[in-house]
Design a protein around this ligand. Structure first.
Ligand SMILES: Cc1ncc(COP(=O)(O)O)c(C=O)c1O
Length: 380
């Protein structure tokens, strides 16, 4: 798109919540703005209660939470970490940062999640962790993946950036791995600009996670009166957000039901209004298996070819509708080639043919009408 073209319907607008401004103002004026203040604690309590997890630590991003996961699983040079090729750079970068070799896996043709059937061929003596991504918040085949990781003694980490409130066979996404991560970036259902969380499902990792998040110090124990002085005890960095960032997030947590209901209505509407056109044009809509409950994070179209996708994208953009592609397969990225191995045709095909439609909590009926009208005007 050139700068001269006007975007009338953006790809994303961050969700909003009524209490954001009063909460952030209160946090700013409280005289205690650094991390782990009252709003951060309330966010942690919300997540542990909602997810039934032993611990949830707010971080400054999902990327940071993934880096904490790499430290907690003690990734070091020589280790191999299996990740899907069709994902965001952070899923792999967080582990490559500590010297892991990244082993890319292909995706399934239906959910676009990691293909669990490829895992037995990819696991070696050096495999330290498998990192799965629940694409669009639709669960991976967790029964198979959990069993494979348990049998092989490999850490399972869920990059659940898209999947807060998603469920697989009645169980919350993010509760299967030893660790899982969330994103609260502005594009996610609930957001605070930049933010994330580490969910710790193995209670034996909680103490070390707190230390890693607090610059390698036992400051959290000091605040709780468990030690007289705090000191440098392990690896770590500064992974905790300011309390006023948590205040903005808490406001959205408290309105999660309203936000989720609006997103469901939009998703259902896109599916209802686009199904006939998609069938006629041989375009695939998102697939949600019957045993998965999705959190309505995104809506995408899969075109029959790269050229039809690109023509549709250009047309929609020319009409002011910012439809966007998604991940470039990491195995084909410059850094992916340096730190990883594996090349996967399906990930490439999905990347070349998938187009995401504008999707945000407060999309108006008129905006949704316009998107549907322009998409269904397309003849491929
Ligand atoms: C699957 C996945 N993992 C990780 C991230 C990184 O999230 P953050 O921006 O919170 O670091 C993203 C970003 O959208 C993502 O899509």
């Amino acid at each position: 798109m050139t700068t001269a073209q006007r975007v009338t319907i953006p790809f994303n607008r961050p969700s909003t919540a009524k209490s954001s401004v009063p909460y952030v103002t209160q946090a700013l004026l409280s005289g205690r703005t650094s991390g782990d203040g009252p709003y951060t604690k309330r966010c942690g309590t919300y997540l542990t209660t909602r997810l039934g997890a032993p611990a949830a630590l707010l971080t400054t991003s999902c990327t940071d939470a993934l880096e904490m996961a790499a430290l907690l699983t003690r990734i070091q040079p020589g280790d191999e970490v299996i990740v899907p090729s069709f994902t965001f750079s952070s899923t792999a970068a967080a582990f490559a940062l500590f010297g892991a070799t990244i082993v890319f896996a292909d995706v399934r043709g239906d959910t676009l999640n990691i293909n669990e059937n490829d895992l037995p061929n990819l696991i070696t003596q050096k495999t330290k962790a498998v990192v799965v991504v629940h694409y669009a918040g639709v669960g991976c085949e967790m029964d198979t993946i959990t069993a494979l990781c348990q049998d092989a003694g490999i850490a399972l980490v869920e990059d659940n950036a898209h999947g807060l409130f998603g469920r697989y066979r009645g169980r919350n996404l993010g509760s299967f791995g030893v660790l899982s991560t969330l994103s609260f970036h502005e594009t996610k259902n609930l957001s605070c600009g930049e933010g994330g969380a580490l969910i710790i499902n193995d209670p034996s990792l909680v103490d070390r996670a707190e230390i890693i998040r607090e610059k390698g110090t036992n400051r959290s124990q000091f605040w709780r009166g468990q030690v007289d002085k705090y000191t440098w005890v392990d690896h770590g960095s500064s992974f905790l957000p300011a309390d006023y960032v948590a205040a903005a997030l808490l406001a959205q947590f408290e309105e999660a039901e309203v936000i989720q209901a609006k997103r469901k209505a939009l998703w259902d509407r896109y599916r209802r209004d686009l199904t006939g056109w998609a069938t006629a044009q041989n375009v695939k809509l998102p697939y949600v298996p019957p045993d998965c409950e999705q959190p309505y994070h995104m809506f995408y179209l899969r075109f029959p070819s790269a050229s039809t996708m690109e023509a549709a994208r250009q047309y929609l953009v020319s009409m002011g509708i910012l439809a966007v592609t998604h991940y470039v397969p990491l195995h084909s990225s410059p850094q992916g080639k340096r730190v990883g191995r594996g090349a996967w045709p399906l990930a490439e095909e999905v990347s070349a043919t998938l187009l995401r439609l504008p999707f945000y909590t407060d999309m108006s009926d008129e905006e949704a009408d316009t998107v549907v009208a322009e998409v269904t005007s397309l003849t491929l």
